[in-house]
Design a protein around this ligand. Structure first.
Ligand code: ME8
Length: 521
């Protein structure tokens, strides 16, 4: 459990040599759900995302398009801002590594490492992947039939680099890192990924080249502008730039550092779980609480790539399936941390069974019965039976506590499974109580059953807000829950719907997905 009421979460900053797609959307959606959840749970939240704009790859891509690097970065960075709007991302800030305050922060960090005696000048010779902006050791590369070399992990081409470079004494941090890992068993999640990190570090760390002097698209090294900083030392600093670093005593660093979660894809775990902690140790800055590495998405079983033409843009996702539906699918379908496959059939299946049939139907039939049979008013209730009480308890604080526990571990699919269990129980309760048959025989009992259901729906709508903000708002609007009563403190704990409140004519919230004509052909 987080011990104070502040919460800081970050996505990686996205490379401007790429464009938004479902992989980047995924990280942002997951962080957004966490940020929304924590805000509704009474936390003061800082949620950061942004763009990573320096490095050789960006310089090369800009040049190939006849643009200046900054002009190019301005253009692509904007696409990522648009992605946030399209996906309903509620980041508190959008950072760009070309921002002046970021340059100052990165240079301040560098100066700190230098003063510590952890930076020295030497010559780098070794393999470098421009695409990954990463150095690789001999045992991490292989030779293809045509003689070219690639990094085994990412499949990207590597080139031989020989140039003067500043180095960071990473090797000196091996023992301290291992000791830290030992003392902080939740530092990297999921556990399997942590084991990979530990065994990599146990295998020995080499000093890290942290500057380049053969191109200039980067943050100049303090006192040696012939060098620019290696893009990763620049990029990782973004997480503290936003909090006002190097001002360690300011509100930002004091209240929100160390970060609760750095959420990253598994491909960039090494940078976050080894390099970043070592830089922070060197600079005497506390380490983040958790680096969570999520898995990799394929599309219909294929790796996503421009050449395969299967890159799914966030806008297409939302246009074709809806925003809440897409957010729900990505978090429900795959345990966070595992690889996942984006399959249209699986998404449609979830839309129709979990959303339209289970939740949508529960809401629609309950509210329709109230609208038709109770003069469109939340009915009064009599004494609750054991079944009524069990239902209210299940959908009340019990559901909130379970969800909270799952989200502490970013276990979105478990949280949703448990919420959908409650939905299943509520639908079974409707069937067992058959309120439609009570209208003539026992209208008071009908009122009580419908009251219980309306109350369950209110709680369900409150708890799904972080994942499906639009649908949740539509349901809460329909049962007249005011905007200032939508925090989680209104789940259970004596808060109940008021009888006699007039509801709106029910509107379906989750339509069934029907194949568009032309696609069905
Ligand atoms: O790595 N499935 O940026 P990036 C799941 N600039 N996640 C995916 C994915 C896929 N198919 N494709 C990409 C960078 N991602 C650096 C970060 S942070 C200081 C610097 C994820 O734009 C990927 O794993 O290449 C990463 O977490 C994120 O998208 C950004 O990737």
């Amino acid at each position: 459990m987080t011990d104070n009421k502040n919460f800081y979460i970050t996505t990686p900053i996205y490379y401007v040599n790429g464009v938004p797609h479902i992989g980047t959307s995924y990280t942002s959606i997951a962080c957004d759900v966490m940020a929304r959840f924590k805000r509704l749970d009474g936390y003061d939240v800082r949620f950061l995302t942004g763009t990573d704009e320096h490095g050789l790859k960006v310089a090369q891509t800009a040049e190939s398009q006849g643009m200046q690097p900054k002009e190019f970065a301005d253009k692509i960075s904007e696409y990522f801002r648009e992605m946030n709007t399209v996906l309903g991302i509620t980041n508190d800030y959008f950072i760009r590594t070309t921002d002046e305050d970021h340059k100052r922060a990165a240079q301040a960090l560098w100066t700190k490492l230098l003063a510590k005696g952890d930076i020295y000048l030497d010559k780098y010779s070794g393999w470098y992947s421009v695409r990954d902006e990463a150095y690789y050791q001999e045992n991490e590369i292989e030779t293809r039939e045509d003689g070219s070399k690639i990094a085994i992990a990412s499949g990207t081409e590597v080139e031989w680099v020989e140039e003067e470079s500043y180095f960071f004494k990473l090797s000196a941090y091996q023992d301290r890192l291992l000791e830290f890992y030992e003392g902080n068993p939740g530092f990297v999640m999921p556990k399997g990924r942590f084991n990979e990190v530990k065994s990599f570090v146990s295998g020995g760390l080499k000093d890290l080249s942290i500057s380049r002097n053969s191109f200039d698209w980067g943050i100049p090294v303090p006192d040696d502008p012939a060098h620019v900083m290696y893009v990763w030392i620049d990029a990782l600093t973004n997480y503290i730039t936003y909090l006002g670093y190097p001002d360690m005593e300011g509100e930002g660093m004091k209240n929100f550092w160390p970060a609760d979660f750095h959420v990253v894809g598994k491909d960039i775990l090494r940078f976050h779980a080894i390099f970043w902690p070592a830089f922070l140790m060197s600079a005497d800055i506390p380490l983040p609480k958790c680096v969570y590495a999520h898995g990799w998405w394929t599309v219909e079983g294929q790796k996503m790539s421009k050449s395969a033409g299967n890159v799914i843009a966030p806008q297409d996702l939302v246009d074709n399936y809806g925003l809440d539906q897409s957010r729900y699918f990505m978090l429900r379908e795959v345990p966070f941390g595992n690889d996942g496959d984006f399959s249209r059939a699986a998404l449609i299946q979830r839309m129709n069974s979990d959303l339209a049939n289970a939740l949508g139907n529960l809401v629609q039939r309950t509210l329709s019965m109230i609208f038709k049979n109770c003069d469109a008013q939340i009915p009064a209730h009599g004494d609750f039976t054991n079944e009524d009480q069990a239902m209210l308890k299940l959908a009340g604080t019990e559901m909130l506590e379970k969800t909270r526990k799952h989200l502490e571990a970013m276990s979105f699919h478990r949280a949703l499974e448990d919420i959908w269990f409650v939905i299943g129980e509520a639908n079974a309760y409707v069937d067992a109580q058959a309120p439609w048959g009570l209208k003539k025989t026992d209208p008071d009992r009908m009122g009580t059953v419908l009251y219980v259901l309306a109350e369950v729906i209110r709680n369900l709508a409150l708890i799904i807000q972080p994942v499906m903000p639009d649908a949740a708002a539509k349901i809460l609007d329909q049962v007249k829950v005011s905007e200032d009563e939508r925090e989680f403190s209104f789940i259970g704990q004596g808060h109940r719907l008021k009888s006699g409140v007039t509801i709106d004519q029910p509107q379906g919230v989750f339509p069934r997905y029907v194949e568009p004509e032309e696609d069905a052909a």
